[in-house]
Design a protein around this ligand. Structure first.
Ligand SMILES: C[S@@+](CC[C@H](N)C(=O)[O-])C[C@H]1O[C@@H](n2cnc3c(N)ncnc32)[C@H](O)[C@@H]1O
Length: 207
C-alpha cells in the first residue's frame, strides 16, 4: 500500500498573516452555507483556524469531523475548539489523523456527511480527481463539496502584511480548472463564491 504523504506546498501558515488575511473566518463559513445541525468534514484542517468556527456554526445539533495527516495540527485544532467552547456551545468534534486520499477507508460508510470543506490545500493535491472521488463516497446524496482556493493571480499580487503569500503561480487554479477536475468524479458545479481579497470558494454537489 502507498505511504501517507503530505501534499506539496500545504504547510500551515503562521497565525499572524493568516489572521490578517482571514479576519472573520465565521463569516467565510456562513457565506459558503454552513448552518446549524450539519455534519461537516474539515478536510486538511491544519491548526483549526476554520475548525473552531465550523464547530460554532454547526452547533450542538451538528458534528464536525476534522482530518489532518499531522497529529500535532489536530491537537492544536482540538485546543482551539476547546477554547471556543468556553464562550459558546459547539458541535461535538471527532479528530481523525489520516491521509485525505484514504479517508473513505477510515470513516464508516454511513457517517451521513452533509458538507465537506477543504481550504487552502487542494492546489497541492497530486491527483485531484481521485481525491474528489473519495469525497463523493463520503458525502450523503446531494451533499456539498466546497474547495476554498487562492485565485489564479500572480503570487507577487497576493500580498499580506507586506509579503507575497500563497502557492506559487503554477500551482494556482481558476474556478474553471477546479470544475474540470472535480465534475469527472461525479459532482455538479453549483457556484463560485468570491472571498476577497484573494480567494474563492468553488461549491459542488454530489449526485
Ligand atoms: C495549508 S494548511 C491549511 C489548513 C486549514 N485548512 C486552513 O485553511 O487554515 C494544509 C494542511 O493539510 C494537511 N495535509 C497535507 N497533506 C495531507 C494529506 N495527504 N492528508 C491529510 N492532511 C494533509 C497539512 O498537514 C496541513 O495542516
Amino acid at each position: 500500500m502507498a505511504e501517507n504523504v503530505l501534499f506539496p506546498a500545504t504547510l500551515m501558515p503562521n497565525d499572524d498573516w493568516w489572521q490578517a488575511l482571514w479576519p472573520d473566518p465565521m463569516d467565510i463559513l456562513a457565506k459558503i452555507g454552513i448552518v446549524s445541525g450539519m455534519t461537516v468534514i474539515d478536510l486538511c484542517c491544519g491548526s483549526g483556524y476554520f475548525t473552531a468556527p465550523l464547530a460554532c456554526l454547526s452547533g450542538p445539533e451538528g458534528k464536525v469531523i476534522a482530518v489532518d495527516l499531522d497529529s500535532n495540527m489536530l491537537e492544536k485544532a482540538r485546543l482551539r475548539v476547546e477554547q471556543e467552547e468556553e464562550a459558546r456551545p459547539v458541535a461535538p468534534c471527532v479528530w481523525v489523523a489520516a491521509d485525505a486520499c484514504k479517508l473513505d477507508q477510515v470513516l464508516a460508510a454511513n457517517t451521513n456527511v452533509d458538507y465537506l470543506v477543504i481550504a487552502n490545500t487542494f492546489h497541492g493535491v497530486p491527483d485531484q480527481t481521485a481525491l474528489s472521488a473519495v469525497v463523493a463516497r463520503l458525502l450523503k446524496p446531494g451533499g456539498t463539496f466546497t474547495i476554498i482556493n487562492w485565485h489564479a493571480r500572480a503570487r507577487t499580487e497576493t500580498v499580506v502584511l507586506g509579503q507575497a503569500r500563497g502557492p506559487k503561480d503554477e500551482m494556482r487554479m481558476s474556478p474553471a480548472s477546479v470544475e474540470a477536475v472535480v465534475t469527472v468524479a461525479g459532482f455538479t458545479f453549483v457556484q463560485t463564491i468570491e472571498l476577497p481579497p484573494y480567494h474563492y470558494a468553488a461549491v459542488l454537489q454530489v449526485a
